[in-house]
Ligand binder design. Structure first.
Ligand SMILES: C[S@@+](CC[C@H](N)C(=O)[O-])C[C@H]1O[C@@H](n2cnc3c(N)ncnc32)[C@H](O)[C@@H]1O
Length: 230
């Protein structure tokens, strides 16, 4: 999909995203659960499982928002640390894990010190993907595992049609009703920031990961990238 020329890039994008999430933070979790019919909870659980890391592993959750992934990682007896640049999202969270207001493109973490990394629904919100994957690679130990979750489009034609009606027409209306009109109109448009999955896989490999795989979660509206730091 080509990027809509009306969508911001670079610093303008980062500032817009930060401001938007600060604004929608108080109702973010509530609206998310409604819009995904709680599937987002199931997808995060599957992502944590796919990490295949042992108890006690230190896992960074990047662009952690309100800390949903941190809570799942904690349930799996791992040690999560969350990073996000939106203070509003961090403050709206209920996670008891340490959270830090940071840019995930420039993490305050020393190299080769972390066992794993998760990232939920944020790849398309980043200004650049290659530097992000390089930064994750820098801080992970050899053998460290990643689980990056984001939206996707169902491959089945009928499901894809239904997905577009829901995501492009219903989600903005429900979002406007429950939270913020411009943020939830931006949501379907932001999908065009995501390159085709084959390119994402190639970028992750170039950043120094092996066994990189991409999996679609039913009904095809979420995708997970996993891999291991070489
Ligand atoms: C759609 S929310 C996802 C939140 C959470 N990961 C989840 O699974 O619900 C995207 C998050 O990415 C964060 N974000 C975007 N770019 C970022 C950056 N460069 N550094 C840190 N956080 C960033 C936003 O502040 C926002 O909280």
């Amino acid at each position: 999909m080509d990027l809509d020329p009306a969508l911001p890039t670079g610093t303008e994008k980062a500032e817009k995203i930060q401001g938007m999430f600060d604004r929608i933070a108080p109702k973010y979790d509530f609206v998310n659960r409604i819009m995904t019919f709680r599937l987002d909870v199931r997808w995060r659980k599957k992502t944590v499982k796919a990490l295949r890391l042992k108890e006690g592993s230190v896992v960074i959750d990047l662009a952690c928002g309100t800390g949903d992934f941190c809570s799942e990682l904690k349930k799996a007896k791992m040690v999560p640390l969350g990073f996000d640049f939106s203070m509003g999202m961090l403050e709206a969270g209920r996670s008891s894990s340490p959270l830090s207001q940071s840019d995930v493109l420039n993490l305050p973490i020393k190299e080769s010190s972390i066992d794993g990394a998760t990232c939920g629904f944020a790849l398309r919100n980043l200004t650049e993907l290659e530097p992000f994957f390089a930064e994750v690679s820098r801080v992970l130990k050899a053998g460290g595992r990643i689980g990056f979750l984001d939206v996707a489009e169902p491959e089945n034609r009928f499901l894809n049609w239904g997905h577009h009606i829901y995501f492009d027409r219903i989600v903005p209306k429900v979002g406007a009703l429950l939270s913020d009109k411009s943020a939830y109109s931006y949501l379907p448009k932001s999908v065009s920031y995501l390159p085709p999955y084959q390119e994402i896989v190639a970028m992750i490999e170039r950043a120094g990961f092996k066994q990189v795989e991409r999996k679609l979660f039913a009904p095809g509206s979420a995708q997970l990238f996993t891999g291991e730091k070489a």
